[in-house]
Design a protein around this ligand. Structure first.
Ligand code: NAD
Length: 474
């Protein structure tokens, strides 16, 4: 782990095996941190924050240093993408693209260092002359807790704004995928981020994550993960009223209208659910197709599913990698069983592969209803439920029949339909005639139980800042 600028073993003395999900083999072992390690990391972060080695550095210096970190990550992208594929199983081309996008985001926030500032105000109503202004100040020590489905990008999405804001951090990668976070910590030191400003503690969520959430010297938690754990953090953070940003789960709808260009809609709707084997928070797992093109779209997506090349992420041909773990594979299979037992009709896939590693076929069900369990709960696997709809009047009810609100896709040639439907869906992100992704210049996050707050844009850095009002009587 990385604590106070030093590579350290865990005080627990324990190690945890890290597995390659494509073959179930152990790649390496990493330190299994405990609550004492969290305490050491938080103390280091607090000391660096109080000393001001980063917080008080000039905005230009912080900008240059974060930019240097992005450069170092880019110089090492082959190694980082390789680690990500070994750890997570995703196709190598996807890992690389995701890291490249994350580095764009890191540079966006590097530039933000010199652009966040308060405002002056001509205050009124007080019987004197004043000069009044606001200040933006870093929130303090931030715990950054990330999941396994896109490990390095998820970490970059948090360290970019947190460090640009001037916070000191403790990064906690998922227990399944710690490798790129550890390398990121080393490269951050090399880039010139002072010791103690970015600490990395590996270990189990229920131990390391919970200790961070509980720690009285942590001021902020930025969490990406499941809605269930996110809800638990609300309670855990109450002790010292930690600020929370929560990027949580989804059950996102995709609407294909009769007038859509199906050459675009079919492959994009398939990619919406099958990319990264469905292990994407905004995966388009509920497909609604207008009646006139329903059969054609269903056959098209089933065709894509049946022809996907499944395999090791290192094979250049692979389109669909494994699920992250045996546990996740069994969980996904239980949802496939549940869909069958609730009466959905299997159109494609439905089986796990009989080989080493945790592979499940891309799976499509028709004959679904929005109240079926597999249509309500986040599966986080390559499982799609499809149903026809009559027209725009049905959209609101169907789209919003979920406790989540993270993403939505709309395929239509009508500008009017696109804009109207975008307003009807209670969700943080809408993609028209394509699906997925986000740009750092825009806020990313969820409505309802998909989260609290936003990453990206000015909102992303403000989430790591406090605002102070200063009144001066002249
Ligand atoms: P998870 O909630 O189990 O774990 C996420 C992180 O939280 C891991 O680092 C884990 O170790 C840690 N954790 C687990 N228990 C904890 C606890 N009690 N206290 C503190 N930390 C704890 O989620 P996961 O299975 O790793 O990831 C999949 C989930 O993440 C899905 O629900 C997915 O939708 C969500 N996700 C959301 C976004 C988004 O931006 N909205 C992005 C990616 C993933």
């Amino acid at each position: 782990m990385l604590i106070d600028g030093k590579s350290v073993t865990a005080t627990t003395g324990k190690l945890r095996a890290v597995e390659n999900p494509a073959n179930g083999q152990v790649i390496t072992q990493v330190a299994e941190g405990g609550a004492d390690d969290v305490d050491l990391a938080v103390r280091a972060a607090r000391a660096s924050f109080d000393k001001g080695s980063w917080r008080k550095a000039s905005a230009v210096h912080r900008e240059k240093t974060l930019w240097r970190l992005a450069e170092l990550l880019e110089e090492n992208i082959d190694e980082l993408a390789t680690l990500e594929v070994m750890d997570n199983g995703m196709p190598a081309s996807m890992a690389r693209r995701a890291i490249e996008r994350a580095l764009d985001g890191l540079r966006y926030y590097a530039g933000m260092c010199t652009k966040v500032h308060g405002v002056t105000s001509d205050i009124s109503g007080l019987r004197a002359e004043f000069h009044a202004y606001s200040l933006c100040e870093p929130i303090g020590v931030a715990a950054l807790i990330v999941p396994w489905n896109s490990p390095l990008p998820a970490a970059c999405n948090k360290i970019g704004p947190a460090l640009a804001a001037g916070c000191s951090c403790v990064l906690k990668p998922a227990e399944q995928t710690p490798l790129t976070a550890l390398r990121l910590g080393q490269l951050a030191l090399e880039a010139g981020i002072p010791p103690g400003v970015l600490n990395v503690v590996t270990g189990e969520g229920a131990v390391v994550g919970a200790a961070l959430a509980d720690h009285p010297d942590v001021d902020k938690i930025s969490f990406t993960g499941s809605t269930e754990v996110g809800k638990g953090l609300l309670h855990a953070a109450a002790g010292n009223m930690k600020r929370l940003t929560l990027e949580l789960g989804g059950k996102s709808p995709v609407f294909i209208f009769d007038d859509a260009d199906l050459k675009i809609a079919i492959p994009r709707a398939a990619a919406a659910i099958f990319s990264n084997s469905g292990q994407i928070c905004y995966a388009g797992s509920r497909l609604f197709v207008q009646q006139g093109v329903y059969e054609e779209v269903l056959a098209g997506i089933a065709g894509v599913a049946s022809n996907m090349r499944i395999g090791d992420g290192f094979d250049a041909d692979t389109e669909l990698g494994p699920l992250i773990s045996e546990h996740q594979r069994d969980r996904v299979m239980s949802y496939i069983d549940s869909a069958r037992s609730e009466g959905a009709e299997l159109v494609a896939g439905g089986q796990r592969l009989d080989r080493n590693g945790y592979f499940v076929q891309p799976t499509v069900f028709s004959g679904t209803r929005v109240d079926m369990r597999f249509m309500r709960e986040e599966i986080f696997g390559p499982v799609l439920g499809a149903m026809p709809f009559a027209g725009i009047d049905d959209v609101e009810t169907l789209a919003n029949a979920t406790r989540f609100g993270l993403g939505a896709g709309i395929f239509t040639r009508s500008v009017s339909t696109a804009h109207r439907v975008a307003r009807l869906i209670r969700t943080g992100n809408v993609w028209v005639n394509f699906y997925g992704g986000s740009d750092k210049s825009l806020p990313f996050g969820g409505y309802k139980e998909s989260g609290w707050g936003r990453e990206g844009g000015i909102e992303g850095i403000e989430a790591f800042m406090e605002k102070k009002a200063v009144y001066i009587r002249l």
